[in-house]
Write a protein that binds this ligand. Structure first.
Ligand SMILES: Cc1cc2nc3c(=O)[nH]c(=O)nc-3n(C[C@H](O)[C@H](O)[C@H](O)COP(=O)(O)OP(=O)(O)OC[C@H]3O[C@@H](n4cnc5c(N)ncnc54)[C@H](O)[C@@H]3O)c2cc1C
Length: 280
């Protein structure tokens, strides 16, 4: 099917992009285009597409004073996974970025596009939830930071206001060096969305181990399972069965072409156990 008609504009600054968006109702920002362009071959109609890839300030990964990192909205996934700072401090994020599509796709697709598309199966979202990431959004009313935990409003929906653009994702210093395991089932390796995704992360607060459990593709949005985390904090191996049960109970899967709701719910438990047993 042919792409629907739209006006294409490329912005050089964030302000120019915001102005272009304000000027034409029904505009969309375009990063890698790997979600947006296929959607424009379907039913979706967009009056103006605003390309943000050439905005220099969005193309950088920057150190923060608190030793956290700021990842610009137009940095492709391929650059995130080869960044030394990200690999050393946020290896879990690299694992999840590497789970998105295949190598050529990751050279184009961005992490910000992955979360703004708000698919329940977004692979980077589970790592960002575990890492307490913040989304930086700039719009007509100024700049705000939104915890990723409150960013998703439903399948394909975020809490971004009309015209707001995500400029960066912030990884806090507090969750640096969290290790973990991302267990993912899909119909085909490399070129399919997750049927079920389960991430278990382990960091430390002083000498105390602290766990994170996040699920993809089994609820209307990617979700954290705090009840399972508390059980693993108490005794990771002793409580693994109950943690798996808590994760199964938190899942609200649907049946679709990738799998049935029953299969997905069952696999959440299996993958939690597998992830905990393979924690580094
Ligand atoms: C063959 C194939 C395989 C795929 N495999 C996977 C997979 O395994 N796992 C997975 O999670 N996804 C997968 N995807 C989906 C897609 O590649 C990812 O979601 C990707 O990260 C999207 O990034 P993008 O930069 O291309 O986003 P775009 O298509 O540019 O944008 C996606 C959405 O976000 C909005 N947007 C983009 N940037 C901003 C911004 N800065 N501010 C506000 N809104 C913005 C756009 O308007 C659009 O609605 C796959 C896609 C294809 C085509």
């Amino acid at each position: 099917m042919l792409l629907s008609r739209f006006e294409y504009r490329a912005a050089r600054t964030v302000q120019e992009a915001l102005d272009l968006c304000a000027e034409q109702p029904g505009s969309r920002y375009l990063a890698g285009g790997t979600d947006l362009l296929p959607q424009l071959r379907g039913r979706r109609r967009v009056a103006r597409v605003i390309d943000i890839k050439r905005i220099a300030e969005l193309r950088t990964i920057r150190e923060r004073e608190d030793r956290g990192l700021t990842i610009g909205a137009a940095v492709p996934l391929g650059e995130i996974v080869t960044s030394r700072a990200v690999r050393e401090r946020y290896p879990l994020l690299c694992d999840c970025c590497n789970a998105v599509g295949a190598y050529p796709l990751r050279n184009r697709a961005t992490m910000t596009g992955n979360i703004c598309n708000a698919s329940p199966a977004a692979d980077t979202a589970v790592a960002l939830l575990a890492l307490d990431a913040l989304v930086v959004a700039r719009g007509p009313a100024g700049t705000r930071e939104i915890p990723l935990a409150g960013f998703f409003a439903g399948p394909g929906q975020t809490v971004l206001r009309p015209g707001e653009m995500v400029t960066a994702v912030v990884l806090p210093a507090a969750t640096a060096h969290m290790r973990g395991s991302y267990q993912r089932l899909s119909r085909r390796r490399g070129m399919d969305l997750a049927t079920v995704g389960v991430l278990v992360g382990r960091g430390h607060e002083g000498l105390q181990p602290r766990h994170r459990v996040a699920l993809a593709a089994v609820a209307p949005t990617p979700v954290r399972v705090v009840a399972a985390e508390a059980l693993l904090d108490r005794d990771p191996l002793g409580e693994v069965t109950r943690a798996a049960e808590a994760a199964r109970a938190a899942a609200r899967p649907i049946t679709d072409v990738r799998g049935s709701a029953e299969y997905r719910r069952e696999m959440v438990g299996v993958l939690v156990e597998r992830a905990v047993k393979s924690l580094p």
